[in-house]
Design a protein around this ligand. Structure first.
Ligand code: NAD
Ligand code: ZN
Length: 234
């Protein structure tokens, strides 16, 4: 298969489209699969607006624990190679479903976060955002008086339209899309690699397991994010 693997340096406008599998080798569990978060916790208790309205303290505690665990994790070589490529070729865009902020910690800029970030807060009432996530619970209130909640796309939430539009626009302009560690079963994430296929970009999938979209990629590579990114970036 060796000769068949494209080199990323041949492309100017890359899109890296990433999911939980990219951060698996940083020690952050993926959502589905073995050891996945939703196997252990019921999202209806921790990850939807209704749970938050019922018991904000409980939902905040859970998210604070997840953020503390992620703070101890480090970006891996795959995050770092993506940031390095973006540094060399500024036409590169990163679109992620991850909420862990590891792309930014590795040095990537203008990251399009489809599902928000554990490192931001937002107010549902007035739309304000804040990065002051260290506030004690009793002070987790926006100036307008409403609760700050994590700036995430929870179950039953809508995605942010401008964020989707930015992602689609980046994908329409790319010459190569590399999808890494996503099962891509949830709309609109599942749609995104298809847009690149339609507009004629070269598409590459990195995943140790086959996904429902594997057959559609020009190159569907079986392996982990760190080993295959090292190969493609070489
Ligand atoms: P997913 O859990 O549905 O799928 C993860 C995929 O990664 C699987 O296809 C798996 O085969 C693959 N994978 C596992 N180990 C890998 C490795 N070492 N290298 C490459 N791929 C590997 O994740 P998803 O598609 O991102 O969707 C789940 C949702 O959960 C996302 O919307 C995301 O917001 C959220 N999530 C985020 C994080 C995070 O921020 N790190 C972690 C878990 C879940
Ligand atoms: Zn407000």
């Amino acid at each position: 298969m060796g000769h068949d693997i494209p080199k990323l340096r041949e492309f100017e406008r890359l899109v890296f489209f990433t999911g939980a599998g990219l951060s698996a080798e940083s020690g952050i569990p993926t959502y589905r699969g073995d050891g996945g978060v939703w196997g252990k916790y019921d999202y209806r208790e921790y990850a939807c607006q209704r749970a938050f309205d019922r018991d904000p303290a409980k939902v905040w505690l859970w998210h604070d624990e997840r953020r503390a665990a992620i703070a101890k994790s480090l970006p891996n070589i795959a995050h770092e190679l993506i940031a390095k490529i973006q540094g060399q070729r500024p036409g590169t865009r990163v679109i992620t479903q991850n909420i862990d902020g590891l792309h930014q910690r590795a040095g990537s800029v203008d990251v399009i976060e489809l599902h928000g970030s554990l490192w931001r807060l937002r107010c549902e009432a007035c739309g304000s955002r804040s990065e002051n996530f260290d506030l004690p619970l009793e002070s987790k209130h926006c100036d307008c008086g409403n609760w700050w909640r994590p700036d995430l796309v929870w179950f039953e939430d809508m995605l942010d339209m401008p964020v989707i539009e930015a992602a689609v626009s980046a994908i329409e302009q790319c010459d190569c899309l590399v999808s890494i560690g996503t099962s891509a079963v949830v709309y609109p994430a599942a749609e995104m690699p298809i847009i690149a296929m339609r507009t004629g970009a070269l598409t590459i999938e990195i995943n140790p397991e086959e996904t429902p979209l594997s057959l559609l990629y020009a190159h569907s590579l079986r392996g982990t994010a760190t080993e295959l990114m090292a190969l493609l970036a070489g």
